[in-house]
Design a protein around this ligand. Sequence first.
Ligand code: GLU
Length: 256
Amino acid sequence: MRLVIKVGTSTLAHSTGKLNIRRVEELCKVLSDLKNAGHEIVLVSSGAIGMGVGKLNLAARPDDMPTKQAAAAVGQCELMYVYDKLFSGYGHVVAQILITGDDIEDSGRRGHFVNTMERLLSLGALPVINENDTVATAEISVGDNDTLAAIVAANVGADLLILLTDIDGLYSADPKRDCSAHLIEEVEDVTDEIISLAGGAGSALGTGGMATKIHAAGLCTRAGIDMIIANGSNPSILYDLIEGRGVCTRFRGVKR
Ligand code: GLU
């Protein structure tokens, strides 16, 4: 299978902005094993800004553009250093790809992106994609990595997109406030009702939240690709998810 897996800042870093070492080591081990089993893996990884915040010892995630971009520049190095070190340990080669909304909207540039991705995958490399936050201002950015991951999945013709986050999936109500809330295991159609369940809110260090994930589900399923939202706290869940099992919300790609 060609799998696009997106990990959010809440999965990769502690609330301090420092790396969650145990989690990231486990994630790289499972992804390496899936690659060894013959799957093609594309990783869409957030965490640049969050990790920059940790590395620069900033008190909180910055609001202003220059500090955000500076934090991303510092954090992206840290992120790739960690991935390179861990994946190399399992004999895999990582490739860094940083893109913005502009790169996707322009058909010529999108073509180059897709060609490079195909070549990297045929060479056996593991592309690690993030938004190019250091140059992406509001006008040209995709804005969140859930949407970016759906765009990537559609452009590389993925079989499945998995968004790993800090909750088991989409709930019928906010499980932190409503004890009758239950996990929605399967979504056939991203209707207005489903969109209304998403609410807002992300974590203190990341950008997303459920709203961007449901938006991503719309893009992905319309491109005919299945998408899953699952909890990244135990990366071994990936083994079950790709076999159609495991606790998650599964969105069915529209059949054509
Ligand atoms: N590109 C951002 C980062 O690496 C994350 C965006 C997101 O969390 O959706 O920090």
